[in-house]
Design a protein around this ligand. Sequence first.
Ligand code: RTP
Ligand code: MG
Length: 142
Amino acid sequence: MALERTLSIIKPDAVAKNVIGEIESRFEKAGLRIVAMKMLQLSREKAEGFYAEHKERPFFKDLVDFMTSGPVVVQVLEGENAVIANRDLMGATNPKEAAPGTIRADFAQSIDANAVHGSDSAESAAREVSYFFADDEICPRS
Ligand code: RTP
Ligand code: MG
């Protein structure tokens, strides 16, 4: 068993739908602990840097437009196998393909407005956590 951290973002569509609490509740019920959290409006530069791996993809501009369209909530989740545990809670990228009961099945509208982001590997998680949080902004509770 591995205690891990992962970066989660509640995207602008879910913030606008006023379901921040419902989404956080799913993390907590699954045994993940929120060890850092902030709400912010992403600049284009910050969003482009975050999604730099997708820079050449056709959907990059739409993705940055969407992620800067309103405030987001960014959090660090800690728990056993947190990266995969969070991806399982999120469901597939396209909500039409997301399993029933997942966050995207329940709250997402489309592949663009898909409610949440979660790191896809331990390596991404390390990069993404430090992209948003300084060490002294993370409060381990386990
Ligand atoms: P995320 O990074 O947001 O957690 O989502 P993911 O790993 O499931 O998907 P990824 O492949 O990393 O893509 C990042 C975000 O870009 C948007 N996207 N649009 N139109 C498209 O074909 C397309 N593909 C991806 C989605 O909003 C996805 O979450
Ligand atoms: Mg991804």
